[in-house]
Design a protein around this ligand. Structure first.
Ligand SMILES: Nc1ncnc2c1ncn2[C@@H]1O[C@H](COP(=O)(O)OP(=O)(O)OP(=O)(O)O)[C@@H](O)[C@H]1O
Length: 228
């Protein structure tokens, strides 16, 4: 599903964010990516959804060879990857339903399907009754649920979540985690960067630890392993 072979990422200012990452994530896995601040977690995630290109090495995601992927083909990759951020990144002038529908409009899905599927995913994330609310009228947890609905609406093979609970209180974070677990259970691969020790140590999954741009640990049912 996801494979990196000796991947290096050096930013234009000379920062070596990743230094020789090789890893395989199979379809249907749930993986936490942990590590100290500045270790390279976000860079690792950005390479998967092709926000950044590797300086060296090969990356394969769902049969796409990212090092070779032409710019005009990026939208085809993005259909297969849902991305969730710490700060939700909803469009403020669109309602919850419109935010979700927008992700289908950009891939030119038929209007009837957009209507049906938008209602379906808002129901799944428990927000059917808030479909006409604007992001500013929603709590942080509700906004993240809309973002999750948007991420899954096109049935992606992979969800990449970069600190999805980073702005949320513990109770709300657990709700978001249960939802991600449900989505994983339904067949979507999930790669999630997190600093949340409690969640990693309670909801045991594969843990990949990155430090200074290299993988220092990769364990099934692993632990968080840091004190913060
Ligand atoms: N666009 C950029 N240009 C230059 N350096 C960058 C850029 N983005 C990230 N970096 C640097 O690359 C390294 C890895 O950053 P990255 O954001 O991947 O770390 P992280 O593990 O996600 O950190 P955090 O947990 O704080 O979010 C850091 O030294 C960071 O300063």
């Amino acid at each position: 599903m996801i494979e990196m072979q000796d991947v290096w990422k050096t930013y234009p200012d000379g920062t070596h964010a990743l230094r020789g990452i090789s890893v395989k994530v199979d379809s249907n896995e749930f993986v936490y990516v942990v590590g100290p601040s500045g270790a390279g977690k976000s860079t690792f995630m950005k390479l998967i959804y092709r926000e950044e290109r590797p300086t060296k090495g090969q990356i394969f995601v769902d049969n796409f060879n990212l090092a070779k992927l032409k710019r005009r083909k990026i939208p085809y990759l993005r259909r297969n990857i849902g991305v969730i951020f710490q700060d939700f990144r909803l469009l403020p002038k669109l309602t919850a339903a419109e935010n979700v529908a927008f992700a289908m409009e950009v891939i030119e899905a038929p209007p009837k399907l957009i209507k049906r599927r938008t209602a379906e995913v808002l129901e799944l994330v428990g927000l059917a009754d808030k479909k006409n609310s604007y992001p500013s009228q929603l709590s942080g947890g509700e906004q993240q649920r809309v973002a999750i609905a948007r991420a899954i609406v096109n049935n992606p093979a992979v969800i990449v979540a970069d600190e999805p609970t980073g702005n949320l209180d513990p109770d709300t974070s657990w709700g978001i985690m249960r939802l991600l677990e449900e989505i994983n259970y339904r067949g979507t691969t999930i790669v999630m960067a997190t600093h949340n020790k409690e969640i990693v140590n309670t909801m045991r999954k594969r843990v990949i630890a990155i430090e200074n741009g290299v993988i220092v640990r990769d364990e099934q049912r692993g632990e968080y392993g840091y004190e913060d």
